[in-house]
Design a protein around this ligand. Structure first.
Ligand code: RBZ
Ligand code: NIO
Length: 357
C-alpha cells in the first residue's frame, strides 16, 4: 500500500558541477570546509539553484502515547507526554529553548496523546486516537488509523509549504516510543532485536532485555509483513506514522528535511521503504547515543552532522544542527571568492602604500 497522490522526484544532479565550481572559487583550499560544502551542495541540488535559500524553518514535534507502556517498557510515567507537550507549547523544555535560540517556528502536533488539550496557536490537532494500542496484544494501529496519521502528517507539511516554509525539522514526544522505533529498526534492517533496543529514557539492563522480550513476543503474535505500512501499523506508533507522512510530503514539496534522533529516524526508515527518493531530501542531524541509531543511519547510507551524545529526542538534535546547515548555505551564497578577495587585497595594499609615504 502507498499513500495516494504523492509524487517524489529524485533530486536532479544537473547543477552539481556548477555548484562544485562555485564552492571551489571561494577563498579557501579546495574542499577545506568539508561537510559544510557537501551540505551546501546537496541543498543547491534540492532547490536546483546556485543560490539556495532557507525560508521559515519549522519544527514539527509530534506527540503520542503508547499503550505498550502497560508492559513496563519505559521507566517514565506516561503522563510526562502531555506534561511535556504543555511545556513545549510555552517554548519550555529542550525543544522550546532550542527553537527560540535557532529561529525555528515550533509546532506541537498531537497525533495521539492521552489528554485533551485546549486550543493553542502552536498546537496542531492531528489526534487519531488516544495512544497506539499495546503491541503485545494488538496491532498498534489499524491500517485505517495508520493511513489517517500518515495523511495528517502530509497535510501539516503541505500547509506549511503553502506559507513559504522550505526547511522542516521533525521531533517527537511520546513516553514508550523507543519500543516501536526499535521494532521498526529490527524489521527493516533485519537486525536481531537485541541489537536494536537501548535504555531509551533510562532503563537499566534488565529493563532493556524486558523491552526486547516484549517486542519479540509482538513479532511472534502479529508476524512481519512484506508491506512497510502494514509493519508500521502493526508495530509503530501514531507519532511515527504522522512523521513518516510529513517526511514524504516534505520530499514531494522539495523541502529540506532534518531528522532528529532514534524515533524520527525510524519514521524516515519507514518512509524510505515506501519511497527511497525521500533520502535525497533528508539530513541526519546527529548521531544519538541510543543503541541502534547508527544502524538506522548506516542502513540509509547517511552521515550524521553532529555527534554530541544526545539521547533526548523532541527535535533537539535537529534544532542544534541547524546553525551548521544555515552556515553552509550562507557560505555558498556569501563567502568571498578569490576574485573578490583580490579587491580587498588591492584596496589594503593601496592603503599600506599610502601610509608608508
Ligand atoms: C522528561 C522527559 C522528557 C523527554 N523528552 C523526550 N523524551 C524522550 O523519551 C521518550 C522515549 O523513551 P522511552 O521509550 O524510554 O519512554 C520519548 O518521549 C522521547 O521523546 C523524554 C523523556 C522524558 C522522561
Ligand atoms: O535518540 C533519541 O532521540 C532518543 C533516545 C532515547 C530516548 N528518547 C529519544
Amino acid at each position: 500500500m502507498k499513500p495516494s497522490n504523492l509524487n517524489i522526484s529524485p533530486v536532479s544532479k544537473e547543477m552539481a558541477n556548477a555548484l562544485r565550481e562555485k564552492l571551489d572559487q571561494k577563498a579557501k583550499p579546495i574542499r577545506s570546509l568539508g561537510k559544510m560544502e557537501d551540505i551546501a551542495l546537496r541543498i543547491g541540488l534540492i532547490q536546483n539553484t546556485l543560490t539556495p535559500q532557507l525560508n521559515k524553518p519549522t519544527m514539527f514535534t509530534v506527540a503520542s502515547d503508547h499503550h505498550v507502556c502497560e508492559e513496563g517498557v519505559s521507566p517514565c510515567p506516561t503522563k510526562m507526554t502531555w506534561q511535556q507537550c504543555l511545556n513545549f507549547l510555552e517554548l519550555g523544555g529542550g525543544i522550546g529553548l532550542f527553537c527560540k535560540m535557532y529561529g525555528f517556528d515550533l509546532k506541537v502536533v498531537d497525533a495521539g496523546v492521552d489528554f485533551d488539550f485546549a486550543p493553542h496557536p502552536r498546537l496542531i490537532n492531528a489526534k487519531v486516537r488516544k495512544g497506539s494500542r499495546n503491541i503485545l496484544h494488538e496491532h498498534a494501529m489499524t491500517m485505517k488509523e495508520c493511513m489517517e496519521a500518515i495523511e495528517n502528517g502530509r497535510k501539516m507539511v503541505r500547509e506549511s509549504a503553502k506559507e513559504g516554509v522550505n526547511v522542516v525539522g521533525f521531533g517527537e514526544m511520546g513516553i514508550g516510543n523507543t519500543t516501536p522505533a526499535s521494532a521498526l529498526l529490527s524489521i527493516f534492517t533485519k537486525t536481531d532485536i537485541k541489537d536494536c533496543v537501548g535504555p531509551g529514557s533510562g532503563l537499566d539492563s534488565n529493563g532493556v532485555s524486558h523491552k526486547a522480550n516484549v517486542i519479540t513476543q509482538a513479532f511472534e503474535k502479529h508476524g512481519i509483513s512484506e508491506d512497510p505500512i502494514e509493519n508500521l501499523a502493526r508495530f509503530g506508533g501514531l507519532e511515527i506514522a504522522t512523521i513518516c507522512g510529513g517526511m514524504l510530503e516534505a520530499a514531494a514539496q522539495k523541502m529540506v528535511i532534518i531528522t532528529d534522533g532514534f524515533i524520527t529516524t525510524s519514521a524516515l526508515l519507514v518512509a524510505s521503504e515506501i519511497y527511497k527518493e525521500v533520502l535525497d531530501y533528508a539530513f541526519f542531524s546527529h548521531q544519538s547515543d541510543e543503541q541502534g541509531h547508527c544502524l538506522m543511519i548506516d542502513h540509509m547510507q547517511g552521515e550524521p552532522i553532529l555527534n554530541m551524545s544526545f539521547r533526548l529526542g523532541e527535535g533537539t538534535g535537529a534544532a542544534c544542527c541547524y546553525p551548521i546547515i544555515k552556515g553552509s548555505v550562507t557560505m555558498l551564497n556569501e563567502m568571498t571568492t578569490f576574485e573578490e578577495a583580490q579587491v580587498f587585497n588591492t584596496a589594503t595594499a593601496k592603503v599600506a602604500a599610502f601610509e608608508s609615504h
